[in-house]
Design a protein around this ligand. Structure first.
Ligand code: HEM
Length: 184
């Protein structure tokens, strides 16, 4: 955090919005497949939808590494003075939790796929080298983990979006603008 910095760097902004789009699209596709499709009724279509989910979501593993590096090497703008210390702490905790799910979802997703005997493909271009083989015991752990974390991630994301909108439209401060604009 830095009082003299008003805006995130352009790189941080591009990473933020690119990952936000990928995350939301992956979440919707995963939710759709997990809750509205079944192998009994939708057979190969469900397979194609899950493959799409994986090919999009695996990109986050690479982007999150760059993003964490960038965050540590480029200070973020300070939160507005109008926020109470409690709210600032909540915001920091929320951001930390978002980084956690950005790491945990692709990791549990890949372990889920591998342990079920499937690959973890990236953008239909290549596959992430398999770190575990078919493993029903591991599958029994990582499958529910991926699903629970995805639900927690959905709630976190909804809270994050609502908070950003409150800053912009109710508090009328610089928080949302700091992730969109650049200084003169
Ligand atoms: C940030 C990235 C990710 C997000 C936001 C995400 C989100 C989700 C969601 C919301 C579900 C549905 C959960 C439910 O049943 O209620 C799901 C299921 C699933 N995800 Fe992910 N996921 C991500 C990454 C991955 C990755 C990288 C893989 C594998 C390489 C993967 C594999 C799966 C599989 C196999 C399912 C089960 C789908 C089904 O049973 O129809 N996910 N994911």
């Amino acid at each position: 955090m830095n009082k003299n910095i008003e805006y995130y760097t352009r790189t941080a902004q591009v990473l933020h919005w690119l990952m936000a789009i990928i995350f939301i699209v992956a979440w919707i596709i995963g939710f759709y497949s997990g809750n509205f499709l079944s192998y009994d009724n939708d057979g190969s279509f469900k397979g194609q939808v899950i493959t799409l989910h994986k090919n999009i979501a695996t990109t986050l593993i690479f982007l999150v590494v760059v993003r964490i590096f960038w965050r540590y090497t480029h200070p973020a703008p300070a939160l507005p003075d109008s926020m109470s210390n409690g709210m600032k702490k909540l915001a920091h905790f929320g951001h930390l939790a978002l980084y956690f799910v950005l790491l945990a979802l692709p990791i549990t997703g890949c372990l889920f796929s591998w342990s079920a005997g499937h690959p973890a493909p990236v953008l239909y271009l290549f596959e992430i080298p398999r770190l575990v083989q078919d493993n029903p015991a591991l599958l029994a752990v990582v499958k529910p983990l991926h699903i629970y974390i995805s639900w927690a991630a959905g709630l976190l994301l909804a809270g994050h979006i609502l908070a950003a909108l409150k800053h912009h439209f109710i508090d009328k401060d610089n928080v949302l603008k700091s992730m969109i604009r650049q200084g003169k």
